[in-house]
Design a protein around this ligand. Structure first.
Ligand SMILES: CC(C)(COP(=O)(O)OP(=O)(O)OC[C@H]1O[C@@H](n2cnc3c(N)ncnc32)[C@H](O)[C@@H]1OP(=O)(O)O)[C@@H](O)C(=O)NCCC(=O)NCCS
Length: 274
């Protein structure tokens, strides 16, 4: 039963308390995980500290140690409060959109799409601050550890859900706005025929389904939905559904922001080319 003090907490503090509550319950019920949960969550000062420690454990190498990476991640989180806000929005996005997950602690501890995104946020901050070598080291480790390759220069909003993670590739000049959902094996890549600004711009609320290849400096309009396995080579207008190889418009999503509802049905066929 939440106390009066709990009700007075900020929503950020409540989120961390909820995670700790879940971890305590799990540690009590599963002794094998008890030390892991203590070190990773229960003995940490904040969500940022827990995430910095956990990512450092996953991304350290023999020569770039857990202690060194924990320090770097903590420093980046402390320098830019916007990253912590994005982390919280992403955590809520997974809990709200993933039918396989109804707890905040689960993506934080176990989902590699979430881990890859948060480590990218650190790499992006390092890249933007001129520490490009370290950013590329983190990019390389994300790709080795999680099977997700996001260029540190890519620009990604908040409230992002990368489900499963495996095989997701996001190129250097790609943009992903807020409240977007990407499933496994999505590529936001170049065509290989352009240079400079050559990657897709994905507007808010878009859902891109498993295995879709979105190629070139094209725009996926707000609230659009892309079907699994599609190859998208041209702009997709806002609030439309595109499917196929090459992709064509087959209708409109029922909802304004398909990324939030995660309704993966497509309208009846008979669409037009794009
Ligand atoms: C994007 C790419 C397919 C375009 O090749 P292209 O030869 O210039 O072809 P165009 O874009 O002019 O398209 C020619 C036709 O083939 C179609 N087409 C293109 N790719 C297709 C595909 N994968 N499957 C089926 N048809 C395809 C186009 O729709 C177009 O049809 P249309 O003439 O009826 O409009 C090619 O450059 C490519 O695959 N590049 C590699 C991209 C990649 O792997 N990027 C990942 C980087 S991380």
């Amino acid at each position: 039963m939440p106390s009066v003090g709990y009700e007075r907490m900020s929503s950020e503090a409540r989120l961390w308390q909820e995670i700790l509550e879940e971890a305590r319950e799990e540690a009590d019920g599963e002794p094998v995980l008890s030390d892991f949960l203590k070190m990773t969550l229960l003995e940490r000062d904040s969500l940022e500290d827990a995430l910095a420690f956990h990512l450092a454990q996953k991304l350290a190498t023999r020569t770039v140690t857990v202690v060194a990476l924990h320090g770097v991640f903590s420093e980046v989180f402390a320098a830019d409060a916007a990253i912590g806000e994005a982390v919280r929005a992403d955590l809520r996005a997974v809990r709200d959109r993933d039918p396989a997950c109804n707890r905040l602690s689960v993506p934080l501890l176990y989902f590699k799409g979430f881990h890859a995104l948060q480590a990218y946020r650190v790499a992006h901050s390092l890249w933007s601050g001129g520490r490009r070598g370290l950013a590329q080291f983190v990019q390389n480790r994300i790709s080795q550890a999680f099977g997700v390759d996001i260029h540190p220069a890519a620009r990604i909003g908040r409230g992002i859900f990368i489900d499963h993670g495996t095989g997701v590739v996001v190129g250097e000049t790609a943009v992903i706005e807020d409240d977007v959902s990407l499933l496994q094996d999505v590529t936001l890549g170049g065509t290989g025929k352009e240079s400079g600004d050559r990657h897709p711009k994905v507007r808010a609320g878009v859902l891109i389904s498993a295995g879709a290849k979105v190629l070139g400096n094209i725009e996926i309009g707000e609230g659009a939905k892309i079907g699994a396995g599609s190859v998208v080579l041209k702009d997709v207008p806002p609030h439309t559904t595109a499917v196929g190889v090459p992709a064509r418009i087959v209708g409109s999503p029922r909802e304004d922001r398909p990324a939030l509802a995660m309704d993966q049905s497509v309208p009846p066929f008979g669409g037009e080319g794009i």
